[in-house]
Structures are given as structure tokens and as C-alpha cells.
Design a protein around this ligand. Structure first.
Ligand code: PLP
Length: 460
């Protein structure tokens, strides 16, 4: 490489650093919801592919300027939509290194440093969650792929126990597989099932209670009399209410029918990391697989999810690849996930955990819960606002008397700009949801948000 190429690289990185810092510095004052829509952004970036190139640093300046009105203030302290974390400083900076290093992290032979960091981050998480230290941890893009990855291992294993080699003989003539889910499962479970050849009509749905927790008696009833390969999907952290399935009651019922038990804990698994919330997850360690996210509660950049499987042999059976040119050195990332080449997405997770330490993770979790409690109490103090769910974890759902007024309020909150919340239907009623998932949210952020919502409600 000649000196001018090296200079291009440095100037482009300097520009990115400066513009990234400017963006982060603007978070406290900018409207949380974007001012520009997709069509405006397509105009900003569109047009025919230019014939001539542009200086790399100028490209970065262009990107930063044109994107700005269409950016959502997700890394700030007042984005409460969906269930979405911010970005912890160490994780963000580590993510820049990941791109600069450009390590192909599917294989330890090819990328020993990043694969080692991922393996250690995985171990640390197992320790935080109270899960078996021998489980495999596959870093994937998020909760969706973590659910898929775990359930692919599950399908392989339950069919294998029934004497069917799925890898050899495929699904078409396999023994029938019962796939049991809760009524308030996350939509990514249905998609994972679909990717695995299990149709919507084949899902066996178990009734849930008012917070969205699977009813043990209903599970018992659904499983009675059946036989053969069985997967039961449970949930730690319902996406609206934050509720946890009662693992201590449910898992023994599933076990009595020789089920593989999977737990979707995209944001809920993290409750196990702090003594104050751990009881929510009691019994969950008895499951066979667990899906969770790094980019939600741990506050690492996109994309980062973890597929955890109790017996690594089950993930290997589902995912290990052939290919004589691939160098094998034992348990590699590509043995336990669907990907081959990929970025070292576990490195920011290592950085966040190293930076927080165990006590920092505990404090983070306790603060997210305290923020939810404070938000709920602030919202309850506004005339006409009802908090809909039990605020046991990080989720707060609220509504006004009428569904129309609730929807109008949701739009008004986004337009006003102080905070972002997102709408949903819960038990047939329109609601607005706030998720406390960001390390950056302070008490002042909660107060500002409650004040803004109060003003909108009173002036409506
Ligand atoms: C967010 C979420 C998912 C999906 O995770 P992604 O990271 O968006 O792929 C799955 N399950 C639950 C309960 C979730 O909250």
C-alpha cells in the first residue's frame, strides 16, 4: 500500500470519528423520532450510480450530513420504543476495532483473537445467567436468529432421539414433530418455526394469563396423550408486559413428556444476572436451549444475539459443515451457528462485560427496572393515564380511556420529540409501550418524558 492510500484511510476514519462524536453529542437535544421519512432519505441518497469516484473522507462527510435528519436517537436516553438498547461506550469503540481488524470470525484457525474473546464473553454470560458452563454459545445477528439456531438444534435432537437422522434423511418423511408455543410468544418464534419447515397451522398454542404467561394447567392438557418428538417454547420477558413464564411449574411438565425445552429470553435472560430480579427466571436453567440478545439489554451495537445450547453436540449435529478446505480446530463458531464468514460481533460483548464487570451488569439491570418503576409511577400521576401491566421488569404499557385517544397520543409523543414510545394492541385495546433498555437513560430522562406526556395529555 502506498502512502496516499494509507492517508485516505486515516482521513476517512478521522472524519467518521468526528461525525460520530457530533451525532452522539446531539442526542440530548435532537428530536428522538426522525424528521425525515424513507422517501426523503431515498432522495437524499439516490440517483444513478456516479461514473466517477469520490474521496473516501468526503464520502463519510456526505453520509453523515445526508443521513442526519433520518436518524433515530436510539443511543440517547429517551428512546423507549420496541425493546431496543443503546450502545455502551466500550462496546461502540470495540465495534470500530472489529471493522478495522476485519477478522473472519467463523473459525478459530483464521481469527484466534476474536474467537477467543467471543468464547470468553460466552462463558461470562453463562456465569451471569446461571447456565451450565459447558453449553455452547453461538453469536448470531439477534434474537430472531438465536431462536432459529436453538430450535434447529432442538429439531435435530428430538428427531434423532426418535431414531431419525434429519441431516441424512431430511424432514419430508420424518416422524411428526409437536411444536408447542405460548399464546403470547414473540413473532420470531413463528418465523423460526417457518424457516424450520413447521407451518403456522402446525403450531400447538397454549393459553396464557393476563400478563402473557403460559398457564401450566393448559400445557399439561395440551401435552396429555400425545407422544413422539416434542419441542416446548417458553419465554423470559414478554415483549409487551415483560412477564416471565413460570419455569418451575412448566419445565417439569414438559420434561415428563420428554420435550426439548427452549426459552426465548431476548431481553429477559438478563434478569438472572441480578439478585433483585433473579427470582423471575427461577427454574429456567433446567431448559435445553436459550436465546438472548446482546444489542438489547447488554447495550452493544447491532447486531448481536446469542444462541445457547445445553449440549454442544446438539448444535454441532445441526450446524457443523463439511468442506475439506476448512481448517478444523475443535469447537468453532461455524460449528454452532448457521453462518460461515462473519464479523466478530462478540468482541463488543466482551468489551461491554469487561467494562461493566459483574457489579456493573447488576447495577445496569437494577437501574433499568428502577427506571420502569419510576416511569410507571410518573405516568400514573397523569390524569386519565392507566398503566396496563404489572411492572415486574423493564416494560411499561399505558393507555388512555379510549383507544383512539391512545393512538393519537402515541403519534403526538413522536411529533413532540422529547421521547419515543411505540404502540401495540394488548388484549384488544390500543396501548403505548415504553421499554427501559438503555444504559443511557437517567432519572432526568424519565422526568422529562413524563412532563412531555403530561403536557400532551392535558392540552389534548
Ligand atoms: C426482540 C425480541 C426477539 C427478536 O430479537 P431480534 O434481536 O430483534 O432478532 C425475540 N424474542 C423476544 C422476546 C424479543 O423481545
Amino acid at each position: 500500500m502506498d502512502q496516499s492510500d494509507f492517508d485516505d484511510r486515516r482521513r476517512a476514519l478521522d472524519a467518521a470519528h468526528r461525525r460520530a462524536t457530533e451525532f452522539l453529542g446531539s442526542l440530548d437535544d435532537r428530536p428522538v423520532w426522525p424528521r425525515a421519512n424513507l422517501d426523503e432519505m431515498l432522495d437524499a441518497f439516490g440517483g444513478p450510480l456516479p461514473d466517477d469516484g469520490t474521496d473516501p473522507a468526503d464520502v463519510i462527510e456526505e453520509i453523515a450530513s445526508r443521513a442526519d435528519p433520518g436518524l433515530v436517537a436510539i443511543p440517547g436516553g429517551r428512546f423507549f420504543g420496541f425493546v431496543i438498547g443503546g450502545t455502551h461506550p466500550s462496546a461502540l469503540a470495540a465495534d470500530w476495532l472489529v471493522s478495522a481488524w476485519d477478522q473472519n470470525s467463523g473459525s478459530s484457525a483464521l481469527a484466534p483473537a476474536t474467537v477467543a474473546m467471543e468464547r470468553v464473553a460466552g462463558q461470562w454470560m453463562l456465569e451471569l445467567f446461571g447456565l451450565p458452563s459447558t453449553a455452547s454459545v453461538g453469536f448470531v445477528t439477534g434474537g430472531q436468529l438465536a431462536n432459529f439456531t436453538c430450535l434447529a438444534a432442538a429439531r435435530q435432537a428430538v428427531l434423532s432421539r426418535a431414531g431419525w437422522d434429519l441431516a441424512e434423511n431430511g424432514l419430508r418423511s420424518a416422524p411428526p414433530l409437536r411444536f408447542v408455543v405460548g399464546a403470547d410468544r414473540h413473532g420470531s418464534i413463528d418465523r423460526a418455526a417457518r424457516f424450520l419447515g413447521i407451518g403456522r397451522a402446525e403450531l400447538i398454542v397454549v393459553d396464557s394469563d393476563d400478563q402473557g404467561r403460559m398457564r401450566p394447567a393448559a400445557l399439561e392438557q395440551v401435552l396429555a396423550g400425545g407422544a413422539g418428538p416434542l419441542i416446548v417454547c417458553l419465554q423470559a420477558g414478554e415483549v409487551h408486559t415483560g412477564a416471565f413464564d413460570g419455569f418451575q411449574a412448566l419445565i417439569p411438565i414438559a420434561r415428563a413428556h420428554e420435550a426439548w425445552v427452549h426459552v426465548d429470553g431476548a431481553f429477559g435472560l438478563w434478569a438472572a444476572a441480578t439478585p433483585t430480579l433473579r427470582s423471575l427466571t427461577a427454574g429456567m436453567e433446567q431448559a435445553d436451549s436459550w436465546a438472548t440478545d446482546g444489542h438489547k439489554t447488554l447495550n452493544v451495537p447491532y447486531d448481536c444475539g446469542m444462541a445457547i445450547v445445553r449440549d454442544p453436540a446438539d448444535s454441532i449435529a445441526a450446524f457443523r459443515t463439511g468442506g475439506d478446505y476448512l481448517m478444523y480446530t475443535g469447537l468453532d463458531p461455524w460449528d454452532v451457528t448457521p453462518e460461515l464468514s462473519r464479523r466478530a460481533r462478540g468482541v463488543p460483548a466482551w468489551a461491554a462485560l469487561r467494562s461493566l464487570g459483574r457489579s456493573g451488569v447488576v447495577q445496569l439491570m437494577d437501574r433499568l427496572h428502577a427506571n420502569a418503576v419510576a416511569m410507571a409511577s410518573g405516568l400514573r400521576s397523569i390524569p386519565g393515564v392507566h398503566v396496563v401491566n404489572d411492572v415486574d421488569y423493564t416494560q411499561v404499557m399505558f393507555r388512555l380511556e379510549s383507544d383512539d385517544a391512545t393512538r393519537v397520543l402515541g403519534r403526538a409523543i413522536l411529533d413532540e420529540g422529547t421521547a419515543a414510545v411505540t404502540g401495540a394492541e394488548w388484549r384488544g385495546r390500543a396501548t403505548q409501550r415504553c421499554s427501559m433498555s438503555s444504559w443511557a437513560t437517567t432519572t432526568a430522562d424519565i422526568d422529562r418524558t413524563v412532563a412531555a406526556i403530561r403536557a400532551l395529555v392535558l392540552n389534548a
